[in-house]
Design a protein around this ligand. Structure first.
Ligand SMILES: Nc1ncnc2c1ncn2[C@@H]1O[C@H](COP(=O)(O)OP(=O)(O)OP(=O)(O)O)[C@@H](O)[C@H]1O
Ligand SMILES: [Mg+2]
Length: 234
């Protein structure tokens, strides 16, 4: 059996907003193993982003236990979480978050700088080739299509050779064809490199291409039977 990348027991995240307490992630037990490609699905507000943020060490845990890549992170404060994610966990978001004044290749190389890594240019060029953008390295983001911009964001995420890739609605701003291309890249990275990928999506056609889908509702993982009801509704 491969080692767990994520191990959560009674994992809970409570947001306090004025007098209200919101249980965004509510008492979740979950294990994700090395080399899995997992999708998170569920209605808006069900806790997908919150769970991704906890697993990516972007946000602190309120109660329960969470191990990420063998590190117990449940007790870490927000400021201390960076050491568990920098250069180890990479993120892709719905908004591509590229620097407009830098070329595609420079955007990719910038992530190495932020992670305090030095790698030869060849490394970034190879990754650009892998995501099908070898011919677009000197383009600025505004000269690229949405799908190409998201592929630059994937290349940027891969530049640090992460152990875990998390993506939050990565195809939310894309047309059907570009969205499928992004998922095909995820599939390839998972199958060929064994990269562990967790992706939140509203799109069942894409989400069900992962090797496992976890359905959330009101901050909880819902059962297999309930998930099929959910799928019938969408
Ligand atoms: N920073 C915050 N402060 C207060 N409440 C929050 C905060 N972030 C999220 N929430 C609440 O937590 C719950 C879960 O939100 P979350 O963003 O994780 O859902 P989601 O499944 O990602 O939704 P969507 O599909 O719309 O992206 C929601 O009720 C949301 O309003
Ligand atoms: Mg979300």
């Amino acid at each position: 059996m491969s080692t767990p990348v994520i191990k959560a027991n009674n994992l809970t995240k409570i947001y306090k907003l004025f007098a209200e307490e919101i249980y965004a992630v509510n008492n979740i037990d979950l294990e994700i193993r090395c080399g899995e490609f997992v999708s998170l699905m569920g209605p808006s507000g069900s806790g997908k982003t919150t769970l991704l943020d906890l697993m990516g060490c972007l946000d602190s845990v309120s109660c329960g236990r969470l191990e990420v890549l063998g590190n117990e992170v449940s007790c870490a404060r927000e400021n201390d979480l960076v050491k568990y994610r920098r250069g180890i966990i990479s993120f892709i978001f719905q908004e591509f978050l590229l620097i407009p004044s830098l070329t595609a290749l420079e955007n990719v190389e910038l992530s190495l700088h932020f992670s305090r890594m030095t790698k030869e240019r060849k490394h970034s060029l190879e990754i650009m080739e892998r995501v099908g953008l070898g011919h677009r390295i000197n383009h600025l983001p505004k000269q690229l299509s949405g799908g190409e911009r998201q592929r630059v964001a994937i290349a940027r995420a891969l530049a640090v050779s992460p152990q875990l890739l998390l993506a939050d609605e990565p195809t939310g701003n894309l047309d059907t064809k570009s969205a499928q291309e992004i998922f095909s890249i995820f599939k390839k990275l998972n199958e060929e490199d064994g990269l562990t990928i967790i992706v939140a999506t509203h799109n069942p056609k894409l989400g069900l291409q992962a090797s496992r889908t976890i359905f959330l509702q009101d901050g909880k993982i819902i059962s297999k039977e309930k998930s099929s009801l959910f799928l019938e509704m969408i």
